[in-house]
Write a protein that binds this ligand. Structure first.
Ligand code: HSE
Length: 433
């Protein structure tokens, strides 16, 4: 009788996600092995601290503090890189790929910074690289873009790619809590990055946007080439204004390709999104992505974007794809051929805007504000005045008609210098998709 082949798996980084992968493979093992026709061996895992208490039990000889020893272990075929960051994670990934191994990664920061190197190393040495868990947690958006929607050219991909920020914004809006309180909970729930500024300053979303832009268009866009803004300046009055005017504020990644002029733009920023849009109703830790293809039209994907279980689900999906290829042969359809699309300069992007200004509550202030917008050719669409927490001051909440990023930036810079404007103005885009 023929014995079933064995697929040996090493996990570099047995943290929240790594333990989830271990636990759920053990739980689903009979079904997975029956479908694969192969045995899955969870061989070894690397950790920072051997003594730390964990949800999963490993024999002492299965644990190491050296992830490179797993990447280069000849008995291990599939290396899961769940360490994060771009230093040790890069060494582990490249070392395994150079040996022709399969690497499963959840590491969007590594891809964004070193994507071309990772893919070319895999190609050169016959290694395989899978990265479903790098974007949008449990949503199989990588598969959707590289397989299901392969016939399309993508005019716009936009959505919520950071579960932590969406969780914070949802709870701020519903419960009126301040963001640091909710961030603490998001960390306890295993949603936030080890360095939470990656979440709240928009960098994690930017890394994921870079991965999606590459998959959809074959061009790597670095974070230096994007507008990247986070959610730390948002306050209750902004969320209330948005709700009262038919919008939700969401931290969006927006990837747009002008198919006629063949230029690309990638940006990350909190925006007022009409509540009639499905993405505006994606709340808590959920991510939501709208993909508009020239053949398929708009498709929308919603699911939990962070946390142990959804991310483990994506990693295990990749492990099973990889194991199936190892058992039966074959490879994934390669990603889009590399291109170097021209990028729209951020200053040329056009949008309507929302502005919040704290101003001195005095005669003539509105005239001065209107003078600043007029000088930059920016037209005010609406204006409301609300009480400010500052003494003898008022909050002005403005919306503008469509203008360029350059015009609105000039306006904000002039306003910020004005003695009647107190503190830094807040500028948000209105996403009229
Ligand atoms: N910190 C990330 C998030 C985890 O909140 O979405 C998934 O990448």
């Amino acid at each position: 009788m023929k014995t079933a082949p064995t697929i040996s798996i090493g996990i570099c980084g047995l943290g929240t996600v790594g333990q989830g992968v271990w636990k759920h493979i053990e739980r689903a093992r009979p079904e997975l092995e029956a479908r694969l026709g192969a045995q899955l061996v969870l061989a070894r895992a690397s950790v920072q601290n051997l003594k730390k208490k964990r949800d999963v039990t490993l024999k002492p000889e299965q644990l190491t503090t050296d992830p490179l020893s797993i990447a280069t272990d000849p008995s291990i075929q599939i290396v899961c890189e769940l360490i994060g960051g771009t230093t040790i994670a890069r060494q582990v990934t490249l070392a395994a790929l150079k040996l022709g191994k399969t690497v499963i990664s959840a590491n969007k920061a590594l891809l964004c910074a070193h994507g071309p190197e990772v893919f070319s190393t895999a190609r050169k040495h016959g290694g395989r690289f899978f990265f479903e868990a790098s974007v949008a947690g449990g949503i199989p958006i990588i598969k959707a873009l590289r397989e299901g929607l392969v016939a399309n050219r993508f005019r716009r991909i936009y959505g919520i790619l950071n579960g932590t920020c969406n969780y914070i914004l949802t709870r701020m809006e519903r419960e009126g809590l301040a963001y640091p309180v909710i961030l603490k909970e998001a960390k306890e729930l295993g949603y936030a990055e080890a360095d939470e500024s990656l979440d709240v300053e928009g960098w994690d979303t930017a890394h994921k946007a870079s991965v999606l832009a590459y998959l959809a268009h074959g061009t790597w866009v670095s974070t230096r080439q994007m507008v990247v803004e986070g959610i730390t300046q948002l306050t209750q009055p902004d969320l209330t204004f948005a709700r009262e005017n038919g919008y939700a504020i969401k931290l969006l990644a927006v990837i747009e390709r002008d198919l006629e002029r063949d230029v690309l733009s990638v940006g990350v920023y909190p925006a007022l999104l009409p509540i009639t849009k499905a993405i505006a109703n994606v709340n808590e830790v959920y991510n939501g992505i709208s993909v508009s293809g020239d053949i398929v039209g708009e498709t929308t994907y919603i699911g939990r974007g962070a946390g142990q279980d959804p991310t483990a689900s994506a990693v295990i999906g990749d492990i099973i794809d990889a194991a199936s290829q190892l058992v039966r042969g074959g490879t994934y359809l390669p990603t889009a051929p590399a291109t170097k699309l021209a990028l729209t300069p951020p200053a040329a992007l056009r949008s309507r805007h929302y502005l919040r200004l704290d101003v001195k509550d005095q005669p003539g202030v509105l005239a001065k504000i209107a003078n600043c917008t007029a000088k930059a050719g920016v037209s005010i669409a609406s204006l409301v005045q609300r009480p400010s927490e500052k003494p003898e001051a008022a909050s002005l909440l403005l919306t503008t008609h469509e203008c360029s990023e350059a015009q609105i930036r000039l306006t904000v810079a002039r306003l910020a210098r004005h003695s009647c404007v107190l503190g830094k103005p807040l500028l948000l885009r209105i996403a009229d998709f």
